[in-house]
Ligand binder design. Structure first.
Ligand SMILES: Nc1[nH]c(=O)nc2c1ncn2[C@H]1C[C@H](O)[C@@H](COP(=O)(O)OP(=O)(O)OP(=O)(O)O)O1
Length: 158
């Protein structure tokens, strides 16, 4: 006779942009050391869609809309010797709501596609030095004047 298995309902969401897929590296817990989509346990009273969106945000900071979700599968995973069965609800999404995150190396930042002021104060940001600054813009791309000053105390009167 097979023992009754406890069912654990999980989500798994893959964010896709064209031919690229966003994965996360599991640093701890179940699946430690594996690259995977984002997901986790569905809470009591929560829909699998809401859980998929919540887990993605908790684990990656990425927020996607409910309507962008496409449900692709319901899978069951059984592991020999376990008394639990994993029920995985698989989703994909192609949409970032507002900001699409991407890691850049600090020596290869895309300054030509960033705000014009950034290249002036990034050296201080990267060195984690405190500063005060003021920028005046002629238009969205052009700075007409600016100053930057390193400070010890950001709360001190300037
Ligand atoms: N065999 C398998 N193949 C796969 O591709 N993904 C799997 C898998 N077995 C589990 N997963 C996924 C589903 C889910 O996204 C994740 C497991 O969720 P976890 O229980 O690790 O949740 P968390 O550690 O995030 O916990 P909570 O955040 O507390 O819910 O791993």
């Amino acid at each position: 006779m097979t023992a009754e298995l406890t069912r654990r309902v999980l989500t798994l969401l893959f964010v896709r942009e064209g031919d690229r897929l966003l994965l996360g590296y599991k640093k701890n817990g179940f699946g430690k050391g594996k690259w995977n989509g984002f997901g986790g346990k569905v809470k009591d009273g929560e829909t699998v869609e809401a859980a998929a969106i919540r887990e993605l945000e908790e684990e990656s900071g990425v927020i996607v809309s409910y309507t962008s979700l496409k449900k692709l599968a319901k899978m069951e995973m059984e592991f020999e010797g376990w008394n639990e069965l994993l029920e995985i609800h698989l989703f994909t999404t192609h949409t970032f709501c507002e900001m699409r995150p991407k890691w850049f190396h600090i020596t290869d930042l895309p300054f030509s596609e960033m705000w014009a002021d950034d290249s002036h104060w990034f050296p201080f940001l990267l060195a984690e030095k405190k500063f005060i600054a003021k920028f005046q813009f002629r238009d969205m791309e052009t700075i007409s004047s600016f100053f930057i000053k390193l400070v010890d105390d950001l709360n001190a009167p300037s």
